[in-house]
Each structure stands twice: as structure tokens, then as C-alpha cells.
Design a binder for this molecule. Structure first.
Ligand code: B16
Ligand code: MG
Length: 216
């Protein structure tokens, strides 16, 4: 079994399903700009920063905006997203996550967040999970988004673990690539056909325990 000292968790799609709220807010933005966004198209935005996501969508809709207009739409999108986040509570933690975090705590394994979101702290507080985290690396702390490994490299550093002693849990292709490029073990959370670059893929945390690390 790999000697694991730290687990680095993505937020959106791994701990909570805020992806649905991002989708609704992005779709509203697209609709107001005169085109539609399908759930399939939305897949490519997972794990990608807010600014980069807007660029992808503008290309998709063939819309050209000035920098000032882009900034205005980014504020609007985030305001719509935060309307959903405002009513979040611990019921929105994905199944099995709290039990798994408790097992890690019991085993003395460090826990860090590695999210592209600038709203990560707010969401962790809303769902009352912040006390579990030894370190939080979010979109306010990185200069290079996933698939660059910086988010997870900073997470490993903050926990004092070597990358080879870290496991990254990710639901996005960009995030799995970031963990792999950082020299960490990667566990995909979701569909194994989408996350085929991860060392191991699980559908979610339900019925999982630390024996999972035997598969690495
Ligand atoms: P925000 P993660 C990512 O979170 C989302 O997957 C992505 O859809 C979003 O655009 C990005 O955070 C930025 O979020 O607009 O809240 O700063 O999966 O890295 O936890
Ligand atoms: Mg994610």
C-alpha cells in the first residue's frame, strides 16, 4: 500500500455538487447573450477558472466582447451563482464524504482543499466542513489554474507532505491532469470513461474506506 500522508480534495463535484449551480448561472449568461448552453458543453468547464470559462463560452457562441463588458458579465455570473450558494447547507455534502473525512482524521492523514473556485471558503463554511481542513488552496491563491499542478503542489506544501505521499481526489479531467503532473496519486470521482487518466476511479465516497489506498 502507498504511504499516504495527505489527501487533497477538489471541491465542486467531489465534496459538493455546485456544478449544477455553475451550469445554471453560465446558461443564463449564454441565454442573455443570445445562445444556449447544453449540459454536454458545460462538461468542458469543470475545474476551469471563471475567466477561462467565459472565454470558452464566448468562443462557443461566437460573441466578441470588450474587456470591460467581460468583467461586467463575470460579476453578473458570480452574483447569480452566489444566489444559489446562499441557501446551501450541510445537506448538500455529497454522500459518504463526511465519513471518509472522519476516517482520514482518525488515521492522522492531513486534509487539504485544492479548488479553482474563488468562492471555496464561503462554500466550506456554508456546509460546515471548514474545521476538517488543514489547508485551503483556492482560486484566490493560485496564479495558474488546472491542469497546471500549482493548486495541488501548494496544497502538498501546506500539509508538509511530499507529492508522492499525496492523493488528489478530482471529478474533472483538468484536475486529474494537474494531480498527475504534480507527481501525486489521482483518484477520479465520477465516470471512469471520462476520468481514464486517474490511477483509480470511484463513483463517489459512499461505502469507501481507507482500503481504497491499497488500489494505488
Ligand atoms: P468560481 P473546483 C471550479 O471548482 C469549478 O469546477 C468551475 O466550474 C468553476 O468555474 C471554478 O471552480 C471557478 O469557480 O467562479 O466560484 O471562482 O471543481 O476546482 O472545486
Ligand atoms: Mg471539480
Amino acid at each position: 500500500m502507498a504511504d499516504i500522508k495527505a489527501c487533497l480534495f477538489d471541491l465542486d463535484g467531489v465534496i459538493v455538487d455546485t456544478a449544477k449551480y455553475h451550469f445554471l448561472a453560465w446558461r443564463r449568461l449564454c441565454n442573455e447573450l443570445g445562445f444556449d448552453l447544453t449540459e454536454e458543453e458545460n462538461e468542458s468547464l469543470k475545474g476551469i477558472s471563471r475567466v477561462e470559462s467565459l472565454e470558452i463560452l464566448l468562443k462557443l457562441g461566437g460573441v466578441i466582447l470588450t474587456q470591460e463588458e467581460k468583467d461586467e458579465w463575470l460579476v453578473k455570473k458570480n452574483d447569480w451563482y452566489l444566489e444559489f450558494v446562499d441557501s446551501m447547507n450541510p445537506d448538500e455534502i455529497l454522500p459518504g464524504v463526511v465519513h471518509f473525512l472522519d476516517l482520514l482524521k482518525g488515521a492522522g492523514i492531513k486534509i487539504a482543499l485544492g479548488s479553482a473556485s474563488k468562492n471555496a471558503m464561503l462554500i466550506l463554511k456554508k456546509v460546515e466542513l471548514l474545521p476538517y481542513f488543514d489547508a485551503v488552496i483556492d482560486g484566490t491563491k493560485v496564479s495558474k489554474g488546472k491542469p497546471d499542478p500549482q493548486t495541488f503542489t501548494l496544497g502538498a506544501e501546506a500539509t508538509g507532505a511530499h507529492p508522492s505521499e499525496c492523493v488528489v481526489f478530482e471529478d474533472s479531467q483538468a484536475g486529474v491532469e494537474a494531480g498527475n503532473r504534480g507527481g501525486m496519486y489521482t483518484i477520479g470521482v465520477g465516470d471512469e470513461t471520462v476520468l481514464d487518466r486517474a490511477h483509480v476511479v470511484i463513483p463517489g465516497f459512499e461505502n469507501q474506506d481507507l482500503k481504497l489506498f491499497n488500489r494505488l
